[in-house]
Design a protein around this ligand. Structure first.
Ligand SMILES: [Zn+2]
Length: 156
């Protein structure tokens, strides 16, 4: 979506919450900058998501963390919030297999290794991948972005 691309481009790509300063107020201003009201649930989940640097996690994984951190949310709320964050350009979705969606707190364009059997997603550093030929797209469409997932397995 064009609007989302513009948003992503104008925001510093790695505006990760961390380092100095109050994490809570950073999460709050990050939500507000994305046009999201900082409700308690969004703040709680945003804090879990953004306080630890760049990471990849599933809705179930975040729900588990929320339970451990005693953030009172349902799994449905976690899903909804992750999708709101994605639409606002705060995080992005990485679809690895049909059933699994990972959410990436680094919303900048980058590619991934996926380790089979460990269900782990790792960033591919820099621009080490060049996609030489892209297919023609249907009329009225344009390529929004290209996500490459290189699947790895342990050598036998
Ligand atoms: Zn990533």
């Amino acid at each position: 979506m064009a609007a989302q691309d513009t948003q992503t481009a104008t925001r510093p790509a790695t505006a990760s919450v961390g380092g100095t300063g109050c994490v809570v107020s950073r999460v709050k201003s990050r939500l507000q900058a994305a046009g999201l009201r900082p409700t308690r649930q969004r703040m709680g989940l945003g804090w879990l998501l953004f306080a630890q640097g760049d990471r990849h996690l599933t809705a179930e994984g975040l729900y588990e963390e929320a339970r451990k951190a005693r953030v009172p949310v349902s799994l449905a709320t976690v899903y909804n919030t992750l999708h709101q964050f994605t639409e606002a350009g705060l995080i992005r979705e990485v679809a690895v297999e049909g059933s699994k969606t990972y959410f990436d707190t680094n919303a900048a364009n980058h590619h991934h290794f996926f380790i089979e059997g460990e269900n782990r997603l790792i960033d591919i550093e820099g621009s080490d991948i060049a996609v030489a030929t892209l297919p023609n797209v249907p009329d009225g469409m344009e390529i929004a972005r290209v996500d490459v997932v290189v699947r790895l397995r342990r050598k036998a």
